[in-house]
Design a protein around this ligand. Sequence first.
Ligand code: ZN
Length: 337
Amino acid sequence: MSPASEATAGEALAAAREAGIHRIAVPTPFAVGRVNAYLIEDDPLTLVDSGPNSGRSLDELEQGLRALGREIEELGLIVISHQHMDHLGLVSILASRSGAEVAAIDVAVPFIENYAEAAAADDDFASQIMVRHGIPADVMHALRSVSQAFRAWGAAATVTRPLADGERLELRDRSLEVHFRPGHSPTDTVFFDADRRQLLAADHLLKDISSNPLISRPAGGEDRAQSLAVYLESLRRTREMEVDLVLPGHGEPITDHRALIDSRLELHRRRADKLRRLIAERPRTAHELAQALWGDIAVTQAFLTLSEVLGHTDLLLNDGLVRELEHDGVVHFEAVA
Ligand SMILES: [Zn+2]
């Protein structure tokens, strides 16, 4: 990071602190590194996201709160931004120690309250998608084991305060608008302080990494949601908002959300175009397309790269530029002449 952007990040965090919002970066075992929880000094004392379910994460979160003169027992409200385990794993422990209310968007409640079953159903769903799109069975089984090994980093929690899209979460000193912004996951929610033009965005918008619109089991219904198409629509809606400061779920604050969103939209346009050209050469499965783009893919990355490719083939299908050819349960994408 350059000194200039460090200064900007420092200033941005100072602006957040001035508004009573303090970042606590909690360790995770995942490639993404630390996850940002945010303490909001208000009434009720509010924590947005928690970190994963581990002793070390709990310890560091607790130390972070103490450094701010606070104890877990003082929390009055815990807000969950989305269903991923690095954001919700500690919620149940924090809520039982503090008696805090737990708030999350209504569509996330079944997942959060039945975490183990929901995560297992996600794995079943992912396995079907992987086989259908050309990932070899041994890779699929290896990924299932990895996923099961990581499952305990999440945990179920009881949501006492389900939120509706568009409602306001009223604290003593601020009003947070609740906006549903699915795409990175099926339950992403951002919280907007319109008076201060500050947006708690979790993983909907990250500064240094393009939020992976993971293929995931839809909240209702059978069909796979078009994660990237949904995500791009969510980004366009956020682009319209009057925001000075975005506080993301990982990494540093964002002060130029429109430029960042424009660069993400452009990245996805270029990638869809590249995939269209690869498909025009000859029909390929999504897994073959991922290999053509990124070479030999580490087993643990196979589902991420598959998600990325399927996001773009969805866009090409929607535009009528490619079609699916299904043979023996495996899909090849073919150019439409
Ligand atoms: Zn996430």
